[in-house]
Design a protein around this ligand. Sequence first.
Ligand code: IMP
Length: 454
Amino acid sequence: MTVTIVGSQLGDEGKGGVVDLWGDAVDVVARYQGGDNAGHTVVEDGTEYKLSLVPSGAVRGKVGVLGNGCVVNPSTLFEEIDDLRERGLDPDVRVARRAHVIFPYHRVLDGIEEDVKSDSDMKVGTTGRGIGPTYEDKAGRRGIRVADLLDSEGLREKLEYVVPQKQRLAEDVFGVETGEEFDIASLYEEYKSYGERLADEDMTVEAGQFLTDRIADGDDVMFEGAQGTLIDIDHGNYPYVTSSNPTAGGAATGTGLSPGIVGGGEIVGIVKAYLTRVGSGPLPTELGGVVGDTPGYDERGEGDNEDVAEYIREEGGEYGTVTGRPRRVGWLDMPMLRHSARTNGFTGLAVNHIDVLSDLDEVKVGHSYDLDGEEIYTVPATTERWSDCEPNFRTFDGWDDVNWSDVADEGYDAIPENARAYLEYVSDELDTDVYAVGVGPGREETVVLENPLE
Ligand code: IMP
């Protein structure tokens, strides 16, 4: 049995909580893309764990796998593992030998490129973790993989090839003075020692084989997507995307399992009951004005509704887990979700943060867009065309704040009627059942209608 958890929007849909909820019943939790750009918050017995790389299942004693589709910053990896150990946990994390490694120069180059773009609409608003430059090197066939860290001679040779190129790029093309992040000798020593630790702790695996063997032994596996469909490099709103495939297809290429295995299991789309975005790019249903330095913002639709944006941001704690940036906020966007449901083939939905919207007089949903005088129901292929879309809103009556812990205990019928109408609309539009409704941050604050693992 496999379950793939995919963000259906722009990331930060509360995937970590869902992985944690159902991850209890699986044996292995595997990430298939991304790196330490992923903020996962897991609350366990009132204790909050913030992870950016280690699969969140590790908090619950599951085997965590970072698949070949991931990019791994070993410094973050060991920091998170050491922190969990200090807090009394014993995380079992395996890393694909084929996964690519993030080096300090990748982070520097990420920052340089964002700076260069900062005065234009081209700035992506990356997390600054070096994700894009690392995937660039992967595609450019000059990347350094996890297995290379365990082969000290090969590591030195690869660094000697790639680092001078990166240094020239930084210095000669971008005109930036470089520092120790480009020093081959110190990079070699540091990364060789990460390789030694990976070997000592027997952490590296051929991910596809490892997972195949576990499945053959009867284990249940969860694939934990990071980020979301609309920031997928292929299916998101390019160029305001991350550099990997958070969509369900990525779970096959990013682990080494066949599409049949992923597609033969459940694929659960995680939906936040409203929208947030941390980086640049269009957000047709955006509420309120620009937050911080997020270019690409366009003041239309509900753009003057700052009070509601602020209310949702505060109620939902909508600040980036990785960067602490205030998130942009918008109403739920159905064209986006239709695009997402088609791309991923959701078998079920988990709708989170329904509690955050309580006490609003009304709750809106972008039902469709107007584009060139025509009503459209899904997202156009280009960011420019998406920016031209004007949302057509549907308005739902709001619902009162209630004791959501009681609701979680009592079940679906205890959810306020207007909130249920909202959920049923989403389910009908996407022709997909709601498996779970998140009514608070803890995993026990979830109303489960159907468990995909049963
Ligand atoms: P990168 O992944 O750091 O290269 O950032 C590329 C884009 O993806 C930026 O708009 C980021 O804000 C966004 N992004 C990356 N990781 C996350 C995440 O975990 N949640 C939400 N947005 C993310």
